[in-house]
Design a protein around this ligand. Sequence first.
Ligand SMILES: [Zn+2]
Ligand SMILES: [Zn+2]
Length: 267
Amino acid sequence: MHILIEYFGLFSGYLLTALTIFFRYAFFAGIAFSIFYVWRRKHYLRLKIQERFPKYQQIWREIIHSAYTAFIFATMGLGIYFLRQHGYTRIYTDIHDYSWGYLVFSFLFLVVLHDTYFYWMHRLMHHPRLFRLLHKVHHQSSNPTPWAALSFHPLEAILEIAIIPIAVFILPFHALVLLLFATWSLLWNIIGHLGFELFPKGFVHHPVFRWFNTSTHHNMHHHQVKCNYGLYFNFWDSWMNTNHHAYKETFDQITQKEKHVSKPVFP
Ligand SMILES: [Zn+2]
Ligand SMILES: [Zn+2]
Protein backbone atom coordinates (compact mmCIF):
# COMPACT_ATOMS: atom_id res chain seq x y z
CA MET A 1 0.00 0.00 0.00
CA HIS A 2 2.76 2.38 1.02
CA ILE A 3 4.63 1.74 -2.21
CA LEU A 4 1.43 2.32 -4.23
CA ILE A 5 0.98 5.74 -2.61
CA GLU A 6 4.61 6.54 -3.38
CA TYR A 7 4.19 5.57 -7.05
CA PHE A 8 0.99 7.56 -7.28
CA GLY A 9 2.81 10.60 -5.86
CA LEU A 10 5.59 10.17 -8.41
CA PHE A 11 3.20 9.72 -11.29
CA SER A 12 1.13 12.79 -10.40
CA GLY A 13 4.37 14.78 -9.96
CA TYR A 14 5.49 13.63 -13.41
CA LEU A 15 2.16 14.52 -14.98
CA LEU A 16 2.14 17.92 -13.31
CA THR A 17 5.69 18.62 -14.56
CA ALA A 18 4.76 17.67 -18.14
CA LEU A 19 1.63 19.84 -18.02
CA THR A 20 3.57 22.77 -16.54
CA ILE A 21 6.16 22.52 -19.35
CA PHE A 22 3.42 22.34 -21.96
CA PHE A 23 1.33 25.21 -20.56
CA ARG A 24 4.39 27.42 -20.08
CA TYR A 25 5.21 26.85 -23.77
CA ALA A 26 1.56 27.41 -24.76
CA PHE A 27 1.41 30.61 -22.69
CA PHE A 28 4.45 32.31 -24.28
CA ALA A 29 3.91 30.93 -27.80
CA GLY A 30 0.22 31.89 -27.50
CA ILE A 31 1.06 35.48 -26.56
CA ALA A 32 3.55 35.77 -29.45
CA PHE A 33 1.09 34.20 -31.92
CA SER A 34 -1.86 36.33 -30.77
CA ILE A 35 0.12 39.55 -31.15
CA PHE A 36 1.95 38.88 -34.42
CA TYR A 37 -0.45 36.59 -36.29
CA VAL A 38 -3.82 37.86 -35.08
CA TRP A 39 -4.14 41.10 -33.15
CA ARG A 40 -1.34 43.25 -34.67
CA ARG A 41 -0.85 41.20 -37.83
CA LYS A 42 -1.27 44.19 -40.19
CA HIS A 43 0.91 46.43 -38.10
CA TYR A 44 3.84 44.00 -38.07
CA LEU A 45 3.41 42.74 -41.65
CA ARG A 46 6.46 44.62 -42.89
CA LEU A 47 8.59 42.66 -40.40
CA LYS A 48 7.34 39.27 -41.64
CA ILE A 49 10.39 37.29 -42.73
CA GLN A 50 8.66 35.09 -45.32
CA GLU A 51 5.66 36.63 -47.00
CA ARG A 52 3.21 33.74 -46.81
CA PHE A 53 1.36 32.77 -43.65
CA PRO A 54 1.39 29.12 -42.60
CA LYS A 55 -1.68 26.91 -42.79
CA TYR A 56 -3.54 25.79 -39.66
CA GLN A 57 -2.52 22.14 -40.25
CA GLN A 58 1.10 23.21 -39.76
CA ILE A 59 0.28 24.97 -36.49
CA TRP A 60 -1.57 21.93 -35.14
CA ARG A 61 1.36 19.69 -36.08
CA GLU A 62 3.74 22.05 -34.27
CA ILE A 63 1.55 22.03 -31.14
CA ILE A 64 1.13 18.24 -31.10
CA HIS A 65 4.87 17.60 -31.46
CA SER A 66 5.55 20.20 -28.77
CA ALA A 67 3.16 18.33 -26.45
CA TYR A 68 5.19 15.11 -26.96
CA THR A 69 8.33 17.12 -26.22
CA ALA A 70 6.82 18.33 -22.91
CA PHE A 71 6.47 14.67 -21.82
CA ILE A 72 10.04 13.85 -22.89
CA PHE A 73 11.37 16.87 -20.97
CA ALA A 74 9.34 15.82 -17.90
CA THR A 75 10.80 12.30 -18.17
CA MET A 76 14.27 13.79 -18.10
CA GLY A 77 13.21 15.85 -15.08
CA LEU A 78 12.10 12.67 -13.32
CA GLY A 79 15.44 11.02 -14.13
CA ILE A 80 17.33 13.99 -12.67
CA TYR A 81 15.10 13.87 -9.60
CA PHE A 82 16.11 10.22 -9.01
CA LEU A 83 19.79 10.94 -9.64
CA ARG A 84 19.63 13.83 -7.18
CA GLN A 85 17.93 11.63 -4.56
CA HIS A 86 20.94 9.31 -4.81
CA GLY A 87 23.45 12.16 -4.69
CA TYR A 88 24.60 11.89 -8.29
CA THR A 89 23.99 15.47 -9.39
CA ARG A 90 25.42 18.75 -8.17
CA ILE A 91 22.11 20.60 -8.01
CA TYR A 92 21.76 22.68 -4.84
CA THR A 93 18.84 24.57 -3.31
CA ASP A 94 20.44 26.67 -0.56
CA ILE A 95 21.65 29.85 -2.23
CA HIS A 96 24.31 30.28 0.50
CA ASP A 97 26.07 27.05 -0.51
CA TYR A 98 27.85 29.22 -3.09
CA SER A 99 28.06 32.98 -3.63
CA TRP A 100 25.64 35.19 -5.61
CA GLY A 101 28.50 35.81 -8.03
CA TYR A 102 28.69 32.08 -8.63
CA LEU A 103 24.95 31.98 -9.25
CA VAL A 104 25.28 34.55 -12.05
CA PHE A 105 28.41 32.86 -13.43
CA SER A 106 26.72 29.44 -13.49
CA PHE A 107 23.79 30.81 -15.50
CA LEU A 108 26.09 32.46 -18.08
CA PHE A 109 28.25 29.34 -18.22
CA LEU A 110 25.16 27.22 -18.91
CA VAL A 111 24.06 29.52 -21.74
CA VAL A 112 27.51 29.40 -23.41
CA LEU A 113 27.79 25.63 -22.88
CA HIS A 114 24.32 25.12 -24.37
CA ASP A 115 25.15 27.31 -27.36
CA THR A 116 28.20 25.18 -28.17
CA TYR A 117 26.40 21.90 -27.47
CA PHE A 118 23.46 22.95 -29.65
CA TYR A 119 25.56 24.05 -32.62
CA TRP A 120 27.42 20.74 -32.86
CA MET A 121 24.45 18.53 -32.00
CA HIS A 122 22.42 20.42 -34.62
CA ARG A 123 25.08 19.98 -37.29
CA LEU A 124 25.24 16.28 -36.48
CA MET A 125 21.47 16.00 -36.91
CA HIS A 126 21.87 17.50 -40.38
CA HIS A 127 24.10 14.60 -41.41
CA PRO A 128 22.22 12.85 -44.24
CA ARG A 129 22.19 9.57 -42.29
CA LEU A 130 20.60 11.15 -39.23
CA PHE A 131 18.43 13.92 -40.63
CA ARG A 132 15.36 11.86 -41.57
CA LEU A 133 15.25 10.03 -38.27
CA LEU A 134 15.98 12.87 -35.87
CA HIS A 135 15.46 16.29 -37.34
CA LYS A 136 13.02 16.10 -40.25
CA VAL A 137 10.00 16.70 -38.00
CA HIS A 138 11.39 20.05 -36.88
CA HIS A 139 12.10 21.03 -40.49
CA GLN A 140 8.58 20.21 -41.66
CA SER A 141 7.96 23.84 -40.75
CA SER A 142 9.88 25.63 -43.49
CA ASN A 143 8.03 28.80 -42.50
CA PRO A 144 7.88 28.35 -38.70
CA THR A 145 5.51 29.98 -36.22
CA PRO A 146 6.15 30.46 -32.46
CA TRP A 147 4.34 27.12 -31.94
CA ALA A 148 7.35 25.35 -33.54
CA ALA A 149 9.53 26.22 -30.53
CA LEU A 150 9.31 22.66 -29.12
CA SER A 151 8.21 20.84 -32.25
CA PHE A 152 10.72 17.99 -32.29
CA HIS A 153 10.79 14.28 -33.02
CA PRO A 154 10.89 12.51 -29.61
CA LEU A 155 14.49 11.42 -30.27
CA GLU A 156 15.50 14.98 -31.06
CA ALA A 157 13.72 16.13 -27.89
CA ILE A 158 15.97 13.75 -25.90
CA LEU A 159 19.06 15.26 -27.53
CA GLU A 160 17.76 18.80 -26.92
CA ILE A 161 17.22 18.27 -23.19
CA ALA A 162 20.42 16.20 -22.75
CA ILE A 163 22.30 19.45 -22.06
CA ILE A 164 20.79 19.48 -18.54
CA PRO A 165 22.13 16.08 -17.33
CA ILE A 166 25.47 16.91 -18.99
CA ALA A 167 25.65 20.28 -17.21
CA VAL A 168 24.62 19.06 -13.75
CA PHE A 169 27.44 16.51 -13.78
CA ILE A 170 30.00 19.20 -14.65
CA LEU A 171 29.17 22.02 -12.22
CA PRO A 172 26.89 22.78 -9.27
CA PHE A 173 23.71 24.57 -10.33
CA HIS A 174 21.08 26.14 -8.13
CA ALA A 175 17.60 24.83 -8.95
CA LEU A 176 16.52 28.41 -9.66
CA VAL A 177 19.26 28.79 -12.28
CA LEU A 178 17.97 25.69 -14.06
CA LEU A 179 14.43 27.07 -14.01
CA LEU A 180 15.59 30.45 -15.30
CA PHE A 181 17.65 28.76 -18.00
CA ALA A 182 14.65 26.67 -19.14
CA THR A 183 12.56 29.84 -19.46
CA TRP A 184 15.33 31.78 -21.25
CA SER A 185 15.85 28.91 -23.66
CA LEU A 186 12.12 28.64 -24.39
CA LEU A 187 11.77 32.39 -24.97
CA TRP A 188 14.77 32.39 -27.31
CA ASN A 189 13.25 29.49 -29.24
CA ILE A 190 9.97 31.35 -29.56
CA ILE A 191 11.80 34.41 -30.91
CA GLY A 192 13.78 32.21 -33.33
CA HIS A 193 10.57 30.69 -34.71
CA LEU A 194 8.48 33.86 -34.54
CA GLY A 195 8.42 34.43 -38.31
CA PHE A 196 8.81 38.18 -37.73
CA GLU A 197 12.04 40.08 -37.10
CA LEU A 198 12.10 41.70 -33.67
CA PHE A 199 15.57 43.20 -33.59
CA PRO A 200 16.14 46.75 -34.84
CA LYS A 201 17.78 47.96 -38.02
CA GLY A 202 21.59 47.76 -37.89
CA PHE A 203 21.58 45.02 -35.21
CA VAL A 204 23.65 42.58 -37.32
CA HIS A 205 26.28 45.28 -38.00
CA HIS A 206 26.72 46.40 -34.40
CA PRO A 207 30.15 45.41 -32.99
CA VAL A 208 28.56 43.60 -30.00
CA PHE A 209 25.00 42.72 -31.07
CA ARG A 210 26.12 41.09 -34.32
CA TRP A 211 27.32 38.19 -32.17
CA PHE A 212 23.71 37.47 -31.16
CA ASN A 213 21.46 35.56 -33.53
CA THR A 214 18.15 36.96 -34.77
CA SER A 215 14.72 35.64 -35.82
CA THR A 216 15.82 36.05 -39.45
CA HIS A 217 18.86 33.88 -38.78
CA HIS A 218 16.87 30.87 -37.59
CA ASN A 219 14.03 31.48 -40.04
CA MET A 220 16.58 31.22 -42.88
CA HIS A 221 17.77 27.96 -41.38
CA HIS A 222 14.24 26.56 -41.67
CA HIS A 223 13.83 27.86 -45.20
CA GLN A 224 17.30 27.24 -46.65
CA VAL A 225 18.26 24.31 -44.36
CA LYS A 226 22.05 24.04 -44.90
CA CYS A 227 23.12 27.19 -43.10
CA ASN A 228 22.69 29.16 -39.83
CA TYR A 229 22.92 26.29 -37.33
CA GLY A 230 23.54 28.37 -34.19
CA LEU A 231 21.21 29.08 -31.29
CA TYR A 232 21.85 32.16 -29.13
CA PHE A 233 25.13 33.43 -30.52
CA ASN A 234 26.72 33.75 -33.93
CA PHE A 235 30.23 32.67 -32.88
CA TRP A 236 30.14 29.11 -34.18
CA ASP A 237 28.43 29.97 -37.46
CA SER A 238 31.02 32.71 -38.02
CA TRP A 239 33.99 30.54 -37.08
CA MET A 240 32.79 27.55 -39.10
CA ASN A 241 31.67 29.72 -42.01
CA THR A 242 28.11 28.39 -41.92
CA ASN A 243 26.18 31.67 -41.97
CA HIS A 244 24.04 32.02 -45.08
CA HIS A 245 25.94 34.29 -47.51
CA ALA A 246 22.94 36.64 -47.68
CA TYR A 247 22.05 36.60 -43.97
CA LYS A 248 22.93 40.22 -43.20
CA GLU A 249 21.52 41.45 -46.47
CA THR A 250 18.22 39.66 -45.78
CA PHE A 251 18.08 41.09 -42.25
CA ASP A 252 18.67 44.59 -43.68
CA GLN A 253 15.95 44.12 -46.29
CA ILE A 254 13.40 43.15 -43.65
CA THR A 255 14.27 45.81 -41.10
CA GLN A 256 14.57 48.58 -43.68
CA LYS A 257 11.35 47.74 -45.48
CA GLU A 258 8.84 50.53 -45.67
CA LYS A 259 5.32 49.93 -44.48
CA HIS A 260 4.73 47.33 -47.14
CA VAL A 261 5.93 43.94 -48.23
CA SER A 262 6.35 43.52 -51.93
CA LYS A 263 9.27 41.39 -52.97
CA PRO A 264 10.51 38.00 -51.80
CA VAL A 265 13.06 38.45 -49.10
CA PHE A 266 15.34 35.52 -49.82
CA PRO A 267 17.59 35.88 -52.85
ZN1 LIG B 1 18.07 22.15 -38.47
ZN1 LIG C 1 13.98 25.65 -35.52
